[in-house]
Design a protein around this ligand. Structure first.
Ligand SMILES: [Zn+2]
Length: 327
């Protein structure tokens, strides 16, 4: 009898283990889209902008004179650690990346909202890069908690335009994707937030898109897949970096509306997807798709590829550390 019970228990443990492994494994194989991969290792020459991807929506913009960082999330703590303990910025990793990618001219850091997968590392990066941190009250308090000086903190206003070198960055009020699994949309970090901290210590605090203007060109960055009806009616962009994570879990009517309210309005010539990778895996590896328990990432890609192809919009994918030259 005891032996039978033990066998049942072992089978149960095996089934649960396989089930968990299945749910946290990638929702698809990103390498089935290698035909869309791109990389340009050259240096930006006059009038061009080189954009390098570091996962989620962390992007380094460089026109050869000035650099900007969107988000700046590099630490990417593993899933188990996120659930069980407090987390710290990985300063060794960030120092290595700053050196490897020559991030020595970063003037501004722009977190798109204050969730940890966007803003967790901003205090360290702002200090290390001697840059200015731009964002919401929550983002300012993440900076303060990490010891950023007040003169390096810039609380942004809706539609404000910020000039850095030849770049002008306009702050566009936006809407976080829904459902927000943390149920903290609009919640604000009211006090300086030091580390270590838990993932849940970083509520959303308001979301932004960015319209980057440079030498007569416009680049739109929309990291979180959602829209405000009519908000982009009069905005146009040559290039759009678009959040696509989890759109494959939505109804076709919502997907079409999202596309129509973003790409349909901006009418870019090129689309580069954001927020499709599993950010509980390190940046210094090949990026995998989001796991099965949160997303159906191949459906995100298939939808966007089908739509952009029909509209004759170029579609390119950046893997970790890969770059694209714009204009
Ligand atoms: Zn978020």
């Amino acid at each position: 009898m005891k032996k039978k019970l033990l066998i049942v228990l072992l089978v149960l443990i095996a089934v649960v283990t396989i089930g968990i492994y299945y749910m946290i494994s990638p929702s698809g194989d990103i390498d089935q889209y290698t035909e869309y991969y791109t990389d340009d290792t050259s240096l930006p020459t006059k009038g061009k902008i080189k954009v390098t991807f570091f996962g989620v929506s962390t992007l380094l913009f460089d026109d050869g004179e000035t650099q900007l960082l969107i988000d700046g999330f590099f630490t990417r703590p593993p899933f188990l650690k996120l659930l069980t303990s407090e987390i710290y910025t990985d300063s060794t990793l960030i120092d290595d990346l700053i050196s490897q990618f020559r991030m020595d001219r970063v003037k501004g850091i722009f977190p798109t909202h204050s969730h940890y997968d966007h803003a967790f590392d901003v205090a360290y990066t702002t200090k290390k890069m001697n840059a200015t941190l731009f964002g919401s009250v929550s983002t300012m308090n993440i900076g303060r908690g990490g010891g950023v000086k007040e003169e390096q903190l810039h609380l942004t206003r809706p539609y404000e335009e910020i000039s850095l070198g030849k770049f002008i960055v306009q702050i566009i009020p936006s809407k976080h994707s829904e459902p927000n699994s943390l149920k903290d949309s609009g919640l604000i970090i009211k006090e300086p937030k030091p580390q270590p901290a838990k993932m849940t210590d970083y509520p959303e605090g308001g979301s932004f898109d960015f319209l980057i203007k440079h030498n007569g060109h416009q680049v739109y960055i929309k990291p979180s897949p959602n829209y405000i009806e009519g908000a982009l009616d009069t905005t146009r962009a040559d290039v759009c970096f678009l959040g696509i994570g989890t759109i494959g879990t939505k109804e076709p009517a919502w997907q079409n509306k999202y596309y129509e309210q973003t790409i349909g309005k901006l009418k870019p010539k090129l689309l580069v997807p954001l927020h499709w990778d599993d950010f509980t895996k390190p940046i210094n590896q090949h990026l995998d798709m989001l796991p099965r328990f949160v997303a159906k990432t191949p459906k995100d890609f298939d939808f966007i590829i089908q739509k952009t192809s029909a509209d004759k919009i170029d579609f390119k994918i950046l893997q970790a550390y890969k770059s694209i030259m714009l204009f």
